[in-house]
Structures are given as structure tokens and as C-alpha cells.
Design a protein around this ligand. Structure first.
Ligand SMILES: Cc1cc2nc3c(=O)[nH]c(=O)nc-3n(C[C@H](O)[C@H](O)[C@H](O)COP(=O)(O)OP(=O)(O)OC[C@H]3O[C@@H](n4cnc5c(N)ncnc54)[C@H](O)[C@@H]3O)c2cc1C
Length: 268
């Protein structure tokens, strides 16, 4: 059905929590909607081959309690409470959020930082897209108009992975002004496999290699966390922003990364 209506501006309707408000404001005027809510199997949320498989219709609310033992389940439960409000969380979907690609979306940050894989399906076939290639810019992905994001796979985290998330916003439930997700493991007292993601300040969330390099091989602690936060603040690309906004956003990134790293110590 999507293949048939996509050329005439047909759109997938999942939770409707972004599309319907956009339609109400006439920002989106799709000629057709393909409602996927009744598709059998799209609510799958299972562990398969070391990955958490999240079907196209799995709602945000599904993550409010850990869906899997270990750090990944705890991390998702700590992140989901930052997404909108409870009624929205009962309808909005994980995959719909990725397809919508809001730069300030928490799930997009999780997907990029943890290395999610997205499965796109159309009558032309299926393809798997790494999160790092999926997001193309503000509200833009590699999905073609006739492609459905059928499922997302998140790698399970090893039991000793330390994770922390911090979001800066004015009111609970708002989209993030800036946010960071930090994850790493400790081997022989030093940080290995550091992952630092930042969202809300650039066109799409991304990992910040400079901040990860600042952490790699050091013992965790306030000094090294601050160094990583400073590296992230310097690394974000704010081309085109007014100077005073750039200063503010770099401060937000610095605070978000430092606090996400501090939160990793509570996850031990
Ligand atoms: C007041 C309010 C506050 C919010 N706050 C936040 C927030 O803090 N953080 C946050 O991340 N989100 C927030 N949201 C958005 C919410 O999380 C949405 O649920 C989410 O962005 C989109 O998911 P959905 O399932 O509702 O998608 P829909 O609204 O149904 O669809 C959104 C877009 O994605 C496309 N789409 C949906 N599913 C698929 C699919 N499987 N394959 C291909 N295309 C698809 C649709 O065609 C449409 O273009 C907020 C929404 C509201 C109304």
C-alpha cells in the first residue's frame, strides 16, 4: 500500500504523536495515510542474537520498566521518562521517532551512541542501515518515501558497562535543548570502549570522537570527565549560529556531557 501511495505523498501513520500535530498545523498535508498499527508482529520487543529487537509499533511506554536485564534495560528506562508526557508515551513509537529524526529526540541519540541498526522494508526488498548512516540532518533520514522502518536492533550492553544520560531543558517533557549519553567499560582501572553522544545542538545526534579520545585509557574521575566535556563543547559544529547562541549551546553541551559522565558512576 505504501508503494502505491508514496508517489502521491502517502505517509506512514504510527503513533501519530508528531505527524498528527504537524497535520493539525498544516505543516504536513499527506494525501494518504498508511496506518501500521494493526500489522501483526510490529509490536515485537524481544532479545535475539545479542540484540534488542524493537518492532515498528513498540511504544515509548514499553521501556518505562527495564525490558531486558542489565545496563541496556536500565538505561532505556532512565531515558524514556524524558520523552514528552505519559499519554504521548503510550502512543508514540520508538521507530516512528527515528523515522521522524528530530535532532532533539532522545531515541535518536540512543540509536547513534549505541550503534543501532535499522531495517528498512519496501516492495523492492529489505536493507539494514547503521544508525550513523541513517540520520542525514534535521528531520531527514535515508529512508525512501516507499520504505517502512520495520524494526530497529540495539546491541545488548555487557553487564559491566557504565551508562549515564543527562538532558538540559526548561520544563519536564519538553524536547531537549541539549543532551548527552555516555557509556564505557572499565578494564584494569581505566576506561575502555568510551561512547559519548550529543544531541539537540546539531542537525542530528552524533558521537563526539574528541570527547571519547579524552576518556580512553584514563581512570574515571572528575578531572577526566571535565576534559571530555570541554572536548565535546569545542567539537560541536555550530556553523551558522549567532555567536551568543553558540556560546550558550557549547555551555549546554559541556554541562550535559559532564553530568552524563557523572551519572555513569551511579550506574555502578
Ligand atoms: C507535546 C509533545 C511533546 C513531545 N516531546 C518529545 C520529546 O521530548 N522527545 C521526543 O523524542 N519526542 C517527543 N515528542 C514526539 C513523540 O515522541 C512522537 O511519538 C515521535 O516523534 C514520533 O513517533 P510516532 O510513532 O508518534 O510517529 P508518527 O507521528 O506517526 O510519525 C512521525 C513521522 O515518521 C513517519 N513514520 C512513523 N513510523 C514510521 C515507520 N515505521 N517507518 C517509516 N516512517 C515512519 C511518519 O510517516 C511521519 O512522517 C513529543 C510529541 C508531543 C506531541
Amino acid at each position: 500500500m505504501l508503494a502505491e501511495v508514496a508517489p502521491q505523498d502517502g505517509r506512514v501513520l504510527a503513533g501519530g504523536q508528531s505527524l498528527v500535530p504537524a497535520m493539525a498545523l498544516r505543516l504536513a498535508q499527506p494525501a494518504h495515510l498508511v496506518d501500521i498499527n494493526g500489522v501483526v508482529g510490529f509490536d515485537r520487543l524481544v532479545v535475539e542474537a545479542g540484540e534488542l529487537l524493537i518492532g515498528a509499533c513498540v511504544r515509548h511506554a514499553a521501556f518505562q520498566r527495564p525490558v531486558v536485564d542489565g545496563p541496556l534495560g536500565k538505561l532505556l528506562a532512565s531515558v524514556v521518562r524524558h520523552i514528552a508526557h505519559y499519554p504521548i508515551r503510550t502512543r508514540g513509537t520508538f521507530c516512528g521517532t527515528l523515522a521522524n529524526a528530530d535532532p532533539a529526540s532522545e531515541w535518536c541519540l540512543v540509536a547513534v551512541t549505541l550503534g543501532a541498526k535499522m531495517s528498512a522494508r519496501s516492495i523492492r526488498g529489505s536493507r539494514t542501515i547503521a544508525a550513523v548512516d541513517f540520520f542525514q540532518g534535521m528531520m531527514a533520514t535515508t529512508l525512501a518515501a516507499d520504505e517502512l522502518l520495520a524494526e530497529t536492533r540495539l546491541p545488548l550492553l555487557l553487564a559491566d558497562t557504565r551508562c549515564g544520560f543527562h538532558e538540559v531543558n526548561r520544563r519536564a517533557g519538553d524536547f531537549a535543548i541539549g543532551m548527552s549519553l555516555a557509556a564505557y567499560r572499565i578494564e584494569g582501572g581505566i576506561i575502555v570502549e568510551p561512547r559519548i553522544g550529543v544531541g539537540g545542538v546539531e542537525g542530528h545526534p552524533r558521537r563526539i570522537a574528541e570527547a571519547e579520545a579524552a576518556l580512553q585509557g584514563h581512570a574515571p574521575g572528575a578531572g577526566i570527565f571535565q576534559a571530555a566535556a570541554d572536548a565535546a563543547a569545542n567539537a560541536v559544529d555550530l556553523t551558522g549560529e549567532k555567536p551568543e547562541i553558540s556560546v550558550y549551546k557549547r555551555d549546554v553541551v559541556r554541562a550535559a556531557v559532564r553530568r552524563a559522565l557523572e551519572a555513569t558512576e551511579q550506574s555502578v
